[in-house]
Ligand binder design. Sequence first.
Ligand code: SF4
Length: 610
Amino acid sequence: MANGWQNLTRGHILVVGGASIDRIRAGDEPRSAPGGAALYTALAAVRSGAQAQFFGFRPEPLPDLFRDAASCVPWHGPACAEDDLPHFEIVYEADGNARLAAASWGLEETLDPQMIEDEALRGAAIVHVAAIHAPELQIRFVRALRQRTDARISAGTYGYMARRAPDTVRQLMESVDLFFMNEFEEKLVFGGERPTVRPGQILVVTRGAEGSDVWQGDSCTRVPICPSSPADLTGAGDSVCGGTLAGLMRGLHPCEAVLLGAAAASVTIEQPGMAALLATSTHAIDARRRAARRDERVRVNRHAVERIGRLIGVLDDVRAFNFCGDHMPEVGDPHAIDFFFASILHQFGFWSPANGVWSRPTIATFGGRRLKGSDYCFAAFRRLLERDPAKLAPLGQSTLRWQDTEALFAADDGTIPLPVLATHHALSRGYGRDMWELGWEPQALVAAAQASDDPARTLLHALDHVSGYREDPLRKKSMLLVLALGQRPERFLDLSRSQSLQPVVDYHIMRSALRTGIVEVGDEALREALVRRQLLDPRDEAAVRSACWEALTQLGAASGREVGAIDAFFFGARRRCPEVEAPDCRACPIDSVCGHDVAMFQPVLRTTAY
Ligand code: SF4
């Protein structure tokens, strides 16, 4: 079916391109080093934890220069003489900048898609066509590969190509699923305009020390670099590319995958050539990625995690929610999947600020009952399900008019309690538009996910391309949707085959994490801002949320409980440990192990993530 991302649950990355011999001049004696965008990319992918193979001319006998790289990455391709490889002369100036002083392309322009043997393509989940000779040749590869494999196709470019043939580079980009370029190339190709990225496509634009822009369709997120001590910037962009592809293969959100690429690049540039990349490990690159997200001001208290985890592990009433009840579809409702897809993306922003601080939760009367944000939102969609179920489908959502959205969320007295209604309206339409343009229907996506090796991971990959779900690297709403589909009595998704379940980090969970003490804020200014419920800077919010994600992940291991059970337990904190009233600690099942830091409050930030 239409979800082309489902094959990322298995297989390898095939990198097509060339290895080169680089003659490096850096003040002392010139020396030769292995090089080539494709070889850097493949090696970075392997070191970032994926299986990767490499296709390109292979010198016979294999020079010693390539022995280490070839022992890491299976190398397919026609044999050639050493002199037939591309040769580049790279001069390092005193200021550290590198300059291409001379280039000979060898046989690279004679590479032909027919040279790729079926064996190399078999089992490939992503094929990356590195910058080889000319964009026209890359396009020829892309077209031929589309005929032979259903793998996702990726490509990259380089400055000379972007200057010589920007329109052809643009055509190349339009023909692939993922594309990699740097900011200099972006300017040449798009002339300073905003890049055009179609639904379902990912574009990564590296911006040196500024990090990378990650485009998922028309949504753009800036991902930071990982700190390092650079000695040679050669291969940095290719390492970002290889690490990103590996991250996607490992099931990461595109922004987290690019952060993994940034971690790989931070290793590569610390020594000249491929030396550091050859010497490093997946563990070391992962550690750099995690460190980039960590903020020393906020930390996980492992002892508290262990203590609370042990108790949660033996409590009776810690069980996953079945997503049934008054506000949910009846069991067996044929529109249930549409309902959950369309409604869960609105599970965010149920609070209002005043004078720069959190002021009140969203509560209104609906169907004669006082309902709080999350319940209110589900109840509104339940009413739509009863009145006009076709409106829940992607086409129905894409054509919602403003007055339809107003009617959808209207309370009994006709008022609309949601504080950011325009954002809900835009996300409904964006969700419908993306699903429609991709040719995806919720039922078919779920069926494809269910037929894959890892149903949760397959669905998460698809949701990374859909407005309303794609924007959050921690995938809170996507995970909630996965849990709803897996925990409903119909068992739309088999979670027992899903290795990719992650914590659902919303504001109830963050408040609980801070009050119980599994997450501690050491920085007085940040602590004060949390206690005073002040609107936070996004970096402060990210510091807290990232630590909560880590703490909840550890709590899962410490308690032995499944993600859905832990989520349901802490979601219950909205009643026993609420935002407005004082916590009811005596009625709380974890009173005996709680840190009771009751002044703490969740990060206050206007976001569509939670
Ligand atoms: S209700 Fe009391 S014991 Fe329970 S989590 Fe909140 S502060 Fe801790």
